[in-house]
Design a protein around this ligand. Structure first.
Ligand SMILES: [Zn+2]
Length: 212
């Protein structure tokens, strides 16, 4: 299988024409995120987390897009939730990559099928988005043959809800500046989750759907 982690113009032309997933179990913003994550916790046998940390990050302004063009497979979400949850128990932020595909139907949309966490690396990893850490992860990903592409990243906030901070936005601009690149911010303590993209250099909050 060809390595497709870093999508190029050439690969993008081969974009698949396919209708988006239909077995939707959650849609943001029309459904309640806190209730949904609470239900996930019950399903996964996770206890509620308390004791968030004080917010050190400042929220950047974002607009809201109405077009649903971002889909996340339930299993990928569960992996992401578990990663953020386990790290939050140790009072650490989690970070990882979104692995999926870009497709086209009535418009371009992207689908998350899996995540790549830092467990790819044997050594412990802290979420501070410095260059070296990112490049290490990119290198690790390059060594693995995926049939999918890198369509964004996720990270957690510890109890101060989900938003893009100025550091997060910098990260997005530096490493995830393609129109299909998304950022998921998950707060396993506040049970909040939001998704963002860059549009013309601005931070835009986007709707998303979870599917089975
Ligand atoms: Zn953040």
């Amino acid at each position: 299988m060809k390595k497709l982690i870093k999508i190029s113009g050439e690969e993008k032309k081969k974009q698949k024409i396919q209708p988006p997933p239909t077995k939707i179990i959650f849609e943001y913003p029309s459904s309640n995120t806190e209730e949904f994550i609470k239900k996930l916790y019950e399903e996964m046998g996770l206890q509620e987390l308390s004791n968030g940390i004080e917010c050190m990050e400042k929220e950047v302004e974002s607009t809201f897009s109405k077009n649903l063009d971002f889909y996340i497979k339930e299993e990928a979400l569960k992996k992401m939730v578990l990663h953020c949850y386990e790290m939050a128990k140790e009072r650490k932020e989690a970070m990882g990559f979104l692995i999926g595909d870009v497709k086209y139907w009535d418009r371009e949309y992207s689908v998350v099928y899996d995540i790549a966490t830092t467990s790819l690396d044997a050594s412990p990893f802290y979420v501070r988005f410095d260059r070296e850490a990112f490049e290490n992860l990119f290198d690790k990903l390059d060594e693995i043959e995926y049939e999918y592409i890198l369509i964004g990243w996720y990270h957690s906030h510890l109890g101060y809800t989900s938003f893009m901070s100025s550091i997060d936005l910098e990260t997005q601009k530096k490493y995830f500046n393609q129109p299909f690149h998304a950022a998921i911010v998950l707060d396993p303590i506040a049970k909040d989750m939001k998704a963002f993209r860059l549009m013309n250099g601005d931070c835009v909050e986007i709707p998303f759907a979870i599917f089975k």
